[in-house]
Design a protein around this ligand. Structure first.
Ligand code: P71
Length: 457
């Protein structure tokens, strides 16, 4: 049984959460076409749709918001953020962006050309979309263990180094403008990447003269896993580990809505002065001036504080401990999940949870509906609704895995809330035979998961 780690904060402001009846929830989910993206948040009791931008800010961050210096250029909040970025990441040159995909759009807008190939351990979907929007090809090279929901490898997010070498040999250096690593690897379950693997990836790319960028959204959670699991790092601080990771990077993108502990914001950094000049020019065109990048200056202050708070070891012990605790409660109840749990979410394995529902009837989507109906919990389908499609002959193609992601917002829910989540899921698991599959009755050609509608079978 995981030892529960005390929440390292107390509550100063509260926000009421909706407590609904089963009859109300049945109406809400039917009206949403059995798609949780179409539910109003006033219908949701525990919202585990995403950990992105859903953080509770600290009193220090809110105080910082009041100290916003809303100057267009050279705001003091920008200089504070600059100090913190230098201290944590060791980067002198950076710009703020409105969120992660703003940084991606600026970076790939400069570096990615039609026909280029960009390797990553696993591209997150907005990263892939921004690469593909430039006519480049996004290639995922995670180690095979990363794709196996029962393999307990400690660093399931790692880059497959031999596959990277092969890709470079086959594609040619001239067609690879940069290589990336996403920490933690969100698309395979928030799984960490080892420092040894980051170092080796850098060495391979450097040998070929290819710039190395990090997608840094959940870098602090990744640092904590390195400290816990990688030989030689037990006595290093989170900041020391972060400095080593980023010492290998030629640049990074970051959605600050995760380990920046803010509700909106992003970062883009690069060491090469010529590239950084292009970044600044493009930022001004699409995001905003270099000292605010599409954010209010008070947002920069909240981010400067949030970045510092996220490197606090007690916070990270609680954060990763909360995910491990929920995973353990579910395993005790016999519920099939992806193991080991990652840094920001627990993933239910719907193929094993609902073996009587074939992929054609969207078991993971059906499970999101069942969790909502039973207890007002909103998780998100990561399966054939999100990744499935029809091939050239019109035949359906299904995703490898049918998962439901329960992403835990930072500092928002307590142990009692997680106990409630575990109880609701265990109750659904006991009655799993009564959960029915779904028929898709409306879908858009791309990104269909946001707007698709279903009917129960
Ligand atoms: C997540 C998100 C947010 C999200 C995005 C799209 C649909 C639903 C939810 C965003 C990431 C991410 C990584 C590794 C870049 C972004 C984009 N994740 N890289 O997991 O996880 O950042 O949202 O700030 O633009 O729920 P952005």
């Amino acid at each position: 049984m995981a030892q529960y780690i005390l929440e390292p904060f107390k509550i100063k402001t509260v926000e009421a959460i909706p407590i609904t009846t089963r009859a109300e929830r049945a109406q809400f989910i039917a009206a949403a076409g059995y798609n949780i993206f179409l539910l109003p948040s006033r219908a949701v009791t525990i919202d585990l749709l995403t950990d992105s931008g859903t953080t509770a800010m600290s009193d220090q961050q809110w105080a910082g918001m009041m100290a916003g210096d809303e100057a267009y250029a050279g705001s003091r909040n920008y200089y504070h953020l600059q100090e913190v970025v230098r201290e944590i990441f060791g980067f002198e040159q950076f710009v703020p962006t409105h969120q992660g995909r703003g940084a991606e759009q600026v970076l790939f807008g400069i570096l990615a050309q039609p026909g280029n190939v960009i390797p990553n351990n696993t591209h997150f979907d907005t990263t892939r979309a921004n690469v593909e929007a430039r006519g480049s090809v996004a290639v995922d090279l995670v180690i095979p263990e990363g794709k196996d929901p029962t393999n307990r490898h400690p660093f399931k997010g790692n880059m497959h180094l031999a596959a990277l070498e092969t890709l470079i040999a086959q594609t040619g250096v001239a067609n690879i403008p940069l290589g990336m690593i996403t920490i933690t690897n969100n698309a395979v379950g928030g799984q960490p990447v080892a420092l040894e693997n980051i170092r080796a990836t850098k060495a391979i790319l450097a040998r070929h003269g290819i710039p190395f960028f990090i997608d840094a959204c959940r870098y602090a959670e990744n640092c904590y896993f390195i400290r816990q699991r990688e030989p030689g790092y037990r006595n290093k601080s989170i900041q020391e580990i972060a400095r080593e990771i980023f010492s290998y990077a030629d640049g990074f993108t970051m959605s600050a809505k995760k380990d920046g502990l803010v509700n909106i914001g992003g970062l883009l950094a690069a060491r090469d002065p010529a590239l950084f000049e292009q970044i600044q020019n493009r930022l001004i065109l699409t995001e905003g001036f270099i000292s605010y990048g599409g954010l209010a200056r008070r947002d920069l202050e909240a981010l400067a504080c949030g970045l510092e708070e996220a490197t606090d070891e007690k916070y990270l012990a609680y954060r990763t401990g909360q995910i491990a605790y929920l995973a353990e409660r579910l395993l005790e109840a016999g519920v099939p999940i992806v193991e080991p749990p990652g840094g920001h979410a627990v993933f239910l394995d719907a193929k094993r949870f609902l073996p009587h529902i074939p992929q054609a009837h969207f078991p993971a989507q059906a499970l999101t509906g069942a969790l909502f109906l039973e207890g007002g919990i909103r998780g998100v389908e990561i399966g054939s609704v999100m990744f499935g499609h029809t091939d050239a002959s019109g035949a359906p193609v299904y995703a490898d895995l049918e998962l439901v992601r329960l992403a835990i917002p930072r500092r928002v829910y307590t142990q009692a809330h997680l106990d409630y989540v575990a109880e609701v899921i265990a109750a659904v698991y006991r009655q799993r035979d009564s959960v029915r599959g779904l028929k898709m009755i409306y879908a858009q050609p791309s990104l269909r998961h946001f707007t698709a509608r279903f009917e129960p079978l």
